[in-house]
Design a protein around this ligand. Sequence first.
Ligand code: MG
Length: 386
Amino acid sequence: MDRRDFIKAGLTAAGTVAGAALVGGGIMALSGARKPKPAELREFTRGKFKLRFYPYELQLAHSFTVSSYSRTTTPGVQLELEYGGVTGYGEASMPQYLGHSVGSVCDFLSRIDLSAFNDPFCSEDILDYVDSLSEGDGPAKAAFDIALHDLLGKLVGQPLYRLWGYNPSKAGATSFTIGIDTPQVVREKTLECADRFRILKIKVGLDSDEQMIRTIREITDLPLVVDANQGWKDRYKALDEIFWLHEQGVQMVEQPMAVDALDDIAWISERSPVPIFADEACQVLRDIPRLKGAYHGVNIKLMKSGGLREARRMISYARAEGMKVMLGCMTETSCACTAVAQLSPAADFCDIDGNLLITNDLFEGMVVRDGLMVLPEGAGLGLRKL
Ligand code: MG
């Protein structure tokens, strides 16, 4: 049993070949521009498993504004889990509001010791163990969970959606998100995406909401969903706005008011002409029981849930309670987006566009054709490294 501490790659500009050999070759496929900086790659061997991970900052194509903040990059961590010469890919993405960082994710991943596990197919035991390492750390747990599922799919030679019994032809449409911006930028973004998608998601929650929707409606009559990101402060005004949005072709509303305004949200949901979904209010399965009755549905994201296992449990629970299911993502590469898309045949709404919002994707995986998600046929997540 090998319990080495960090082996830092020690890649240097002059010693790339030697450095790549040192880390076992898993990172060598990265193109020059994407190589992790020296000392940022960490590799462990724990029993029969090898873990490699490194920070990877996601570059946004457009600065992204929601009702509470604006940003141009998202910190992330890429993970590789190797067993028997087969590598599964995983990813953590850490948007500001979740309170995680590259440091916290790397610290968590470096605590994972798989030396007690010999069989990757005992995934319940392995994921229970990883889950037990801390209370939160959703993105770090998601990175590991995604990589383990990718690995298992590859070991049996089947895509995950097949192992779970989902029909890939039911993957359906994904919305494409337009952030809060000036009318000119909103117009440009809408023109860019209107003929490529079948549904658009609009960020609202500021005084500019009506103008945003009117600008979009000058260009397209596509169905819309809106996300207020807790931005509305008054239940009466929020409900008025929802009725107006409904007239504008809006099909659902995400997180209309603050997470702790549960009574206000229940009041809105009772009267709303469109379903109301929880996003920030719903992180993991144990959040859903208290949301029942206050929201019509939940938006499940791997970075919140800590991965695919919990996401599947959340779908089952929500369905059992008669709630609707939405799948979402953060700004992510095609790794995590393709992972959550494996579940898309089981969802009512999908908002899986994180990989389309960045300029430095590392993978080809799920793609959107004519507005519909097409799941890759390859084993596991079916990713192809770019
Ligand atoms: Mg949201």
